[in-house]
Design a binder for this molecule. Sequence first.
Ligand code: ZN
Length: 312
Amino acid sequence: MTYKIPFLVAILSLLIASCASQPPKVIKQIVRDTVVINSITEKYEYARFAKLDNYKVSTQHYPAKGQDERIRYLVLHYTAMDNASSLRALTNNEVSSHYLIGDLNNDTIYALVDETKRSWHAGASFWKGVNNINFSSVGIEIVNKGYTTDKTLTGNPDLATATRYFFDFPEYQIKKVAELSRDIIDRYKIDPVNVVAHSDIAPQRKHDPGPKFPWKRLYDQYNIGAWYEESQKSIYLSQFPYAEIDSFTFIQSVQADLEKYGYEIQKTGMWDEQTKKVITAFQYHFRPERFDGIIDAETWAILKALILKYRT
Ligand SMILES: [Zn+2]
């Protein structure tokens, strides 16, 4: 915060210079932190209200009913860099995240940006009719090497047909992500479908946190995020229209379903590149055994089951 002092001095000297005949005016901070009690959790919280010279801004008399949290999304990322480079990149540049989870087996999680402030983690993004997700999300970056095109480097080349090979997340790192996410989701009451991957909200350009990120386990063990019901998926599996998969109508219906779930997609009626990328992002999240961007019975049934559970 040392940068503020020369700035204040500059403002003060300007004021003194421009009003040389009058005594210099004392500058007060317009916004200050106030301690309030959250009526739901009954815990003390810091809140920011205007503090004016001539008027009393009262927070006591008319607390409005119509209000909710600004934070509505939790976005998970990987950094594709090591610990030190991730810290440097997220603190010294125009990208940032609220939290950084390193790859060391210790008890530390880095908080880089205050949750009440916007961190710059998502970039151009869209989810279920809303864009610029940075405005209304908390972002967690996880140190992980991302992917390579050389399958021998990951130590687990388990996908013979893949062109990208992703790196595992160690168990102790997943536990940190889970506990931190649970805490954030509880405090802001984030909707399960709004706990998303960076690749969900920017499928044309992002792959993180990738198919090795254990979304199903987070759902099963910590009740984090959305997941489909196996029984509903099974019913849809038997209804997959094999004979129609290249028809305009079927392709458009898949695009409409992906849009209904939340993804940004053009309903072209063609298996084009943008559709393939959205399907890949969907598979990273919900069908990580296969992420080739091609709709198969399994991917389709999962999409249908998710819509039935969360979007109808
Ligand atoms: Zn990301």
